[in-house]
Design a protein around this ligand. Structure first.
Ligand code: NAD
Length: 351
């Protein structure tokens, strides 16, 4: 095959490996900074305090109000805390919610960002910020949003619950699956996507059985870095559109929604592209059914109904999902999407 493509890599400084957080002070200094505001969710405040302490004179304090979907009012309070602390950079310790807050601050004041990633959702390597205001979620893409330094220290993920490990791992896989058929994909993103899927396919079943396996945790972070990088590099399609619709308009939890929909969107698009052939090979013959069986093996949620989604809302969800559609390898047809959602709602295996 004669390739012809455009490849733009996002700059990234990745510090990877168990124990690597010990290098954080050096990395703050390397950025030319001296006052780091540490960010976290409320439940991770203690860890954030510990990290602030570890930073010694470089720690400017902790702001621990990060929340899912980056509410603008939280960002405004964080901006005040940043100014009051005399901070000159942020350290986001956590998953996509905390990372989103760091990105929202950087988008407003260009603060350099260090991220200590503790879930597998992949936000730390993308220049994308989704934020909510008055119940509406908007997405922005800008160079200032991309974190400067990312730490992947598996020691910090040993306590991530099995359910969160599984759903955020499947969230990462969804980035890579959509990356494989993206309109602007290229041989490099294909390599990253397949290696990321392979690593997570190997790691997640081990984490379910042995959540304290440092090797599996390290492998899962490796996969999530690769899958996140794909998300930050190429365009997403039907799967992400559906997840944004269900998350934004029906307030469904992010990672779980990705986990439930992935087999169905893969099955939908496998009818129109052979780009998922390597996924079929990895998961035993057919991408939709194979991904469904894999999620089942992991004990992931498999139906929108178990998230409390009302069957009566499926029509509205289908209507919203086909409005302003993202590019997709298969035409986005309202009736076919409605059918997909019905199967995802009931938890049926994709045909
Ligand atoms: P999260 O950040 O919401 O974390 C879920 C919960 O797990 C939180 O309570 C958190 O405190 C806790 N937690 C995180 N790491 C932990 C650990 N190691 N041990 C124990 N508890 C831990 O989860 P998420 O799925 O990573 O993030 C979801 C958010 O990220 C959504 O708002 C989504 O829109 C966003 N996101 C953005 C992008 C992007 O590129 N912009 C990509 C993926 C996700």
């Amino acid at each position: 095959m004669l390739h012809s493509f455009l490849y733009t890599a996002n700059p990234a400084r990745i510090v990877f490996g168990p124990g690597c957080l010990s290098e954080i002070a050096d990395e703050v200094r390397h950025l030319g900074c001296s006052r780091a505001l540490v960010l976290s969710t409320p439940s991770r405040r203690e860890d954030a305090e510990r990290l602030n302490h570890q930073l010694g004179g470089l720690g400017a304090g902790v702001f621990s109000e990060a929340a899912m979907h980056t509410p603008v009012e939280v960002t405004e309070r964080a901006m005040e805390a940043y100014a009051q602390a005399g901070a000159d950079c942020v350290v986001a310790l956590g998953g996509g919610s905390t990372i989103g807050l760091g990105k929202a601050i950087a988008y407003r004041n260009e603060a350099p960002q260090l991220v200590v990633a503790t879930t597998y959702s992949g936000s730390e390597v993308t220049p994308i910020l989704g934020q909510t205001e008055n119940g509406e979620k908007t997405t922005r893409k800008h160079a200032s949003i991309l974190p400067e330094v990312v730490f992947y220290d598996a020691d910090l993920t040993l306590g991530l619950s099995i359910s969160m490990s599984v759903t955020s791992g499947l969230n990462a896989m969804a980035h890579a699956v959509e990356g494989l058929y993206a309109k602007d994909r290229n041989p490099i993103t294909d390599l990253m996507a397949l290696e990321g899927i392979r690593a997570l396919k190997e790691a997640l079943p081990v984490i379910v059985k042995q959540p304290k396996s440092l090797e599996a945790r390290n492998n899962a972070l490796y996969g999530s870095w690769l899958c996140g990088t794909v998300l930050g590099t190429v365009g997403m399609a039907l799967h992400h559109k559906l997840c944004h619709t269900l998350g934004g308009s029906f307030v469904l939890p992010h990672a779980e929604t990705h986990a439930i929909l992935l087999p169905h969107t893969a099955a939908y698009n496998a009818l129109a592209t052979d780009a998922l052939a390597p996924v079929a090979e990895l998961f035993g013959g057919n991408p939709g059914g194979g991904l469904y069986d894999f999620a089942k093996l992991l004990g992931a949620p498999q139906s929108l109904k178990e998230l409390g989604f009302a069957e009566a809302d499926l029509d509205m969800a289908a209507d919203l999902a086909v409005q302003a559609p993202y590019w997709n390898p298969r035409p986005i047809e309202r009736e076919a999407v409605r059918e997909l959602l019905q199967r995802a709602w009931s938890g049926a295996r994709p045909e």
